[in-house]
Design a protein around this ligand. Structure first.
Ligand code: SF4
Ligand code: SF4
Length: 397
């Protein structure tokens, strides 16, 4: 079979023929982070990650991406506030006309830095919490940060930013949705994203301990519906359903290489933050190539554009233009082949891998203790061999 990477873009389907610009640019400025979240989506292995880009290199990335048509800029990590040049990067992005969004744990967001970031032109801040209780928040991040986050939330309001909270949901906190929403209301939140865990990175390692049961999920959805009814339009609540409980996959990144461009701390360009795990792809680095050539010409970005790479059942499926076969990383993690249909899809011959994981979660949900210890994000304990095991399609322990 022809290697899709070798197929010229113009022969890979209408969307591949002329991809639009990377409208959505995400700079993962650093993988450094003072927290140790059990669901962190960062890689579990940093042994092949190079040194972080210098300020001037980030500024060049911004200018080139903006010239190509990028408009929305996310600044994340790790913890982006760990970069002392964050204000410089925000100011440059603002001058170029980006809409800038800081995605932060709050650690390091002092009033002085917030004032400086606002002066630099920062448009938007998304603050993460782990739970509504200090005990669980601090346990899940293995830090004492609950009070700090609460203070940062007050600062965000003081500086008249919209209050946007993000809470990642999983078996250990999903029963607290009502309390989480009450906390958000007390803090004066405008938007709350209840994002069920996506199983990549550290969350993949902890999947058996983090997957909720269907009953938990239903209760959380009911609590969210009651809250929405009570507060009306005063506060918007997004409830992102965990795709393991669906029968069709999400249109991951709106299709790889269509709108999203991520830059890892060491300059590796990615069509999705997790894509670095995909085998056989030589992701280009902004140190060696322009954003234009990376986006339009690199084999890694063209690999999963269009439909030529698809296998059955996606290849002949009438829904392939809606979901693009789902998530390549999930297909790889679960089946060992990134070109397979995302096993979340009930039409996939591998769908049983998802339903079995959910069934195991059902059995575990009522158990008094976790089936196994949680792995907290901590790069000191990770070896390269551990990480390879994570990405070979084996079940996480
Ligand atoms: S998920 Fe937690 S550990 Fe990972 S980058 Fe975000 S705050 Fe840091
Ligand atoms: S078979 Fe493939 S294209 Fe069709 S719905 Fe499932 S994942 Fe989507």
């Amino acid at each position: 079979m022809t290697d899709p990477a070798a197929v010229p873009a113009e022969r890979q389907g209408s969307d591949a023929a002329r991809p639009g610009p990377p409208l959505w640019l995400l700079l993962e400025l650093t993988y450094r982070c003072p927290l140790h979240c059990v669901f962190c989506y960062n890689p579990t292995d940093l042994s092949n990650v190079g040194r972080e880009l210098e300020t001037a290199e980030w500024l060049r990335v911004l200018a080139e991406a903006r010239a190509l048509g990028s408009v929305q800029l996310g600044l994340s990590g790790g913890e982006p506030l760990a970069r002392e040049d964050l204000e410089t990067i925000v100011a440059a992005a603002h001058r170029l006309g980006f809409y800038t969004n800081l995605i932060t744990s709050g650690v390091g967001l002092t009033e002085a830095r917030l004032a400086a970031l606002q002066a630099a032109g920062l448009d938007h801040i998304q603050l993460s919490f782990q739970d509504s209780t200090r005990r669980m928040n601090d346990f899940l991040s293995s830090t004492r940060t609950f009070e700090l986050k609460s203070r940062v939330a007050a600062l965000i309001r003081k500086y008249r930013y919209p209050m946007v909270l993000n809470v990642v949901l999983h078996r250990l906190n999903i029963d607290h949705v009502e309390e989480i929403l009450d906390m958000a209301e007390r803090m004066g939140a405008d938007y709350v994203e209840l994002a069920n865990t996506q199983y990549y990175g550290w969350a993949w390692r902890n999947r058996a301990q983090l997957l909720p049961s269907r009953a938990q999920l239903r209760r959380a959805e009911e609590a969210t519906a009651r809250f929405r009814e009570r507060v009306g339009r005063r506060m918007r609540v997004f409830f992102v359903v965990p795709d393991y409980f669906e029968v069709r996959p999400k249109p991951c990144m709106s299709g790889l290489g269509r709108v999203f461009l991520g830059i890892a701390p060491d300059g590796v360009a990615l069509p999705c933050q997790s894509a670095r795990m995909l085998p056989g792809l030589d992701f280009p680095n902004v140190r060696a190539a322009s954003i234009r050539s990376i986006w339009y010409d690199s084999p890694a970005f063209n690999r999963y554009r269009g439909e030529a790479w698809m296998k059955e059942p996606c290849r002949s499926c009438p829904e392939r233009g809606r979901d693009f076969g789902g998530c390549r990383c999930q297909a790889y993690l679960l089946t060992g082949d990134a070109a397979n249909a995302d096993p979340v899809c009930a039409l996939s011959p591998h769908h049983h891998l998802v339903t079995e994981a959910v069934a195991a979660a059902e059995r575990q949900a009522g158990a008094p203790a976790l089936a196994a210890p949680l792995a907290f994000r901590d790069y000191r304990e990770v070896t390269r061999a551990d990480s390879r095991a994570d990405t070979l399609g084996r079940r996480p322990k």
